[in-house]
Design a protein around this ligand. Sequence first.
Ligand code: ISE
Length: 334
Amino acid sequence: MLRIGVVGCGAIGREHINRITNRLAGGKVVAVSDLYVEGAHQVGDPLGATVYSNSADLVNDPDVDAIICTTPAFAHKETVIQALEAGKPIFCEKPLTTTAEDSLELAEIEMELGKKLIQVGFMRRFDESYTQVKDLLDSGEFGAPLYLRCSHWFPEVDDGFTTEMAVYDAAIHEIDVIHWLLNERYESAQVMFPRQTGKKNPELKDPQIMHIRCKSGVIATIEVFLNCQFGYDISCQIVCENGVIDLPKPPRPLLRRSGGQTIPLDENWKNHWMRAYDLEIQQWIDAVRAGELTGPNAWDGVIANVTADALLRAQQNEGQIEPIAVGPRPDFYK
Ligand code: ISE
């Protein structure tokens, strides 16, 4: 049984604790930590888990074999370094860090260690809709992809959600999944702000239209609209030489009533990606127990952060094309 310590007992931390405890196999949450220690007790005490107010004590607990980091992104680096220093595998929720520089530092430490210990929470790679799309692309039947149209629509976000978070908290998923789908390196980024919705925090740029050009010339457009009001909806359409592939929507009931018919949208990301998260964390547990990580690694985190940094620069210089300068994948991360 893999003895897991969870650092961060907020929304996604509680989700992972719940899935490990009630749905997945091979793992047990034996320790939890949070700076808000009362919150850690709320989730840890019913499990009989050891409760800490800091990550270092949890990481170095001899009864903890592996760590899941679900703190806010700005705090990821500290916990990942602690895990690397302890030689323990760590699943770090996305993004790996909030800057390319910090993610590169973690990759360099890991390469120095000579063992892959980091997996990054790019869960769309485990989503069965995306794996179907990847299989179709990899089949070659559709020919070369030419351009992608993606949308990341959120019903509403609170006032703490910033223009920058639209990149490194929301679109970071498209940033990762697009280069995974296409097996492509990125070349440049551009951001445009269309007419802004009135239904938002005045400080937030919303919606945003992000363009990423790949080395092959493929252009991916990502529409991020965080206060769309109508529901949580993710789309990805890939236009290829021989046809078009649309990301399947998650199976939801067709409802007929009052003379009409509707297919309900999800209210948020938790239930939208429930199965993908389950598959992702189960794969991580199995991989750690087998002694070899196979999921998104620190270099995928570096690619995402370098690209995100370019998009952040592009936000500051609307319409300007910003280079995405990430080197080739080191052999260590092949
Ligand atoms: C959230 O943290 C997630 O990871 C969701 O998948 C994403 O859609 C949302 O924008 C993020 O805030």
